[in-house]
Design a protein around this ligand. Structure first.
Ligand code: ADP
Ligand code: MG
Length: 322
């Protein structure tokens, strides 16, 4: 029902940044190399996400907007072996429950599909000439859920959350060009040249990026790679630490603490580094099914990984001190 849809939507779509995260993740899962995002009024009036990915076939549009419909899990086994960012089949249905959605999508034919969803119902579908890929326009977010609107923070904070999530996605996918604008005013643009340092420069500025140290380590279970700032290039919050598990930006207090611990006494009290730490591991070791937004994860062998992170960072910093 409409109400069930709205309640479930609240778990996935907390704020405008959640819409942008989910739409970008879909674009990435669809193999896009270019993703353009624009928003108006902190995303409440309008969010546009345009990609050049695989597109959605005409006969799969309805399914894509149905709750628990996902094209990404076929067997039981897949549930425990997740390679794509999405897999719950909740995002599009949730967004369509709390906003008006206008989609143009094309799988590479002359004509694609234009469809409009309102209150979870499709109110229009027509053929339309369009480039390959998908453009989704989300309008009037939370117009039908006033409680959600009240819970939102200031416009400034909501914009910061949007910029933050796009930054993290861009760091996870340096091979993809991201362009984020606020009513056409540019906030972020990455080249998509598959160069993490360049992406870091696009986000944190060239001064920070050029001084960052490359880290690398491998164990039977984990591969660690990334860039970390020197101990004198720091900030007063942990927000510039990005942990990526199999390219997915995740929140895990223990592993972020391991990054900080790797600096040990080199860090002044209350200071935190810039760090982009990418960890590749067997998806079987990660449980991303802890929370609907998939941002908090549980790990088997977490202590082992934490120790490896501490050691890798300590050694990288130590190698520069003679
Ligand atoms: P999930 O990502 O968990 O599968 P979503 O609700 O986010 O669920 O998306 C539903 C389905 O719609 C996806 O499985 C995918 O097949 C299709 N889809 C959504 N967005 C895109 C996109 N930008 N490009 C191609 N296919 C898409
Ligand atoms: Mg998705």
């Amino acid at each position: 029902s409409e109400l069930t849809n709205q309640i479930a939507a609240g778990e996935v779509i907390e704020r405008p940044a959640s819409v942008i995260k989910e739409l970008c993740e879909n674009a990435l899962d669809a193999g896009s190399t270019r993703i353009k995002i624009d928003f108006i009024d902190a995303g409440l009036k309008q969010i546009v996400v345009q990609d050049n990915g695989s597109g959605i076939a005409a006969d799969e549009i309805d399914l894509a907007f149905m709750r628990h419909a996902t094209s990404k899990i076929n067997t039981n086994h897949d549930l425990f072996n997740i390679a794509t960012l999405g897999f719950r089949g909740e995002a599009l249905a949730s967004i369509a429950a709390v906003a008006k959605v206008d989609i143009v999508t094309n799988t590479g034919d002359v004509n694609g599909i234009h469809a409009i969803f309102e209150d979870s119902n499709k109110v229009k579908q027509e053929a339309i000439a369009s480039p390959q890929g998908t453009k989704i326009v989300v309008k009037d977010l939370f117009y039908n859920t006033p409680a959600r609107l009240k819970y939102l923070k200031s416009e400034r904070t909501e914009i910061m959350k949007i910029v933050d999530i796009v930054n993290r996605l861009a760091l996870g996918y340096p091979q993809v060009s991201f362009e984020l604008t606020n009513q056409q005013k540019q906030l972020l643009k990455t080249t998509g040249h598959d160069d993490l340092r360049q992406t870091a420069a696009n986000i944190y500025g060239i001064k920070v990026a050029e001084k960052m140290l490359a880290i690398y380590a491998q164990s039977p279970d984990f591969k660690i790679a990334g860039l970390i700032s020197r101990a004198d290039d720091t900030r007063s919050t942990r927000n510039f630490i990005t942990l990526l598990l199999n390219t997915r930006y995740v929140k895990n207090y223990r592993l972020v603490q391991a990054i900080v611990d790797g600096y040990g006494t080199r860090l002044l009290k209350g200071r935190y580094p810039f760090a982009i730490v990418k960890i590749d591991l067997d998806p079987l070791l990660v449980d991303v099914n802890v929370h609907p937004t998939k941002q908090e994860v549980r790990l088997s062998k977490e202590s082992e990984l934490a120790r490896l992170i501490v050691r890798t960072i300590d050694q990288a910093l130590g190698a520069t001190e003679h």
